[in-house]
Design a protein around this ligand. Sequence first.
Ligand code: PBG
Length: 342
Amino acid sequence: MAPNGCDQKGPVMTQPPFPNTRLRRLRATPALRAMVRESTLSPSDFIWPVFVMDGTDASEPVASMPGVMRHTVDRIGAAAREAYELGIPAICVFPYTGMEQRTEDCALAWSPDNVANRAIRAIKDAVPDMAVMTDIALDPYNINGHDGFVENGQIVNDRTVEALVKMALAQVECGADILGPSDMMDGRVGAIRTALESAKHQNVTILSYTAKYASAFYGPFRDAVGASAALTGDKNTYQMDPANSDEAMRLVARDLSEGADMIMVKPGMPYLDIVRRVKTEFGVPTFAYQVSGEYAMIQAAAQNGWLDHDAVMMESLMGFKRAGCDGVLTYFAPAAAKLLNG
Ligand code: PBG
């Protein structure tokens, strides 16, 4: 991912007064603006989240995310190749699951033949050099739509972590390069890292959903993956309280110590202060997820003619880079890459 200069600190307080300093001088022409631009945006900054479904030779639109499609596994390789050719280095796979694939024991989560794992294999076959990222959480396979097992109305931590480890190993066997634990259980990064080491998968990376907030911005995604109908209650006992910032720093320290290689903040735009803190305080590879609700807001306003689609898309993505992100998970990845490539 491209470096950016957002950590530079200028001597803001010591500048000579007007007219010796006229800050507009450096804004006067496109050439001058290009020379002093602090952050850059490139297709290599993007990770593209995609939705895969059962069936053959089909694609269907996600109603709450205009422009986003679910593809069958036989079509996902071609979509991935197109993205890779645009310069997008990584793709993140999410399964669409119906009620009949959800059980109390979530056994499909670690089946090598579930739709997500078949999609990983299809992408690695079609574009071996593209990095494939996964989502590790039980929600697509859980009868009640939660990321962990539910016992007596409680999301249980440690039994869930054991299942997440099995899920992670199945994904790795199918060719996953980047594991994305998104469940927010305690101890899952360490358990997954230990299992990877014992299975001699020492080069598999973990991009932990470290600061994942309990957010209403995930609504359209839950429609996209078929989780809205299944979910009972909320995720507030495991996802973070949107009011907290210090807690996110504790989570980052914890996940790094357990073996995470990269850190994610999610959602994105309303949490750029968290991105900035992570980057400044830890200096580690930091990503943000511009989630479904952020995407849907921009698409809806653009469809109504209230916002300029391309300009707002690019401005929102530059905001992530300026805040300190090394990269962004974004449904805009192909459209933005096309614009950047001219
Ligand atoms: C599931 C998961 C969610 C998202 C990514 N992984 C939803 C949730 O936690 O309920 C949201 C992504 C988006 O909104 O774009 N563990």
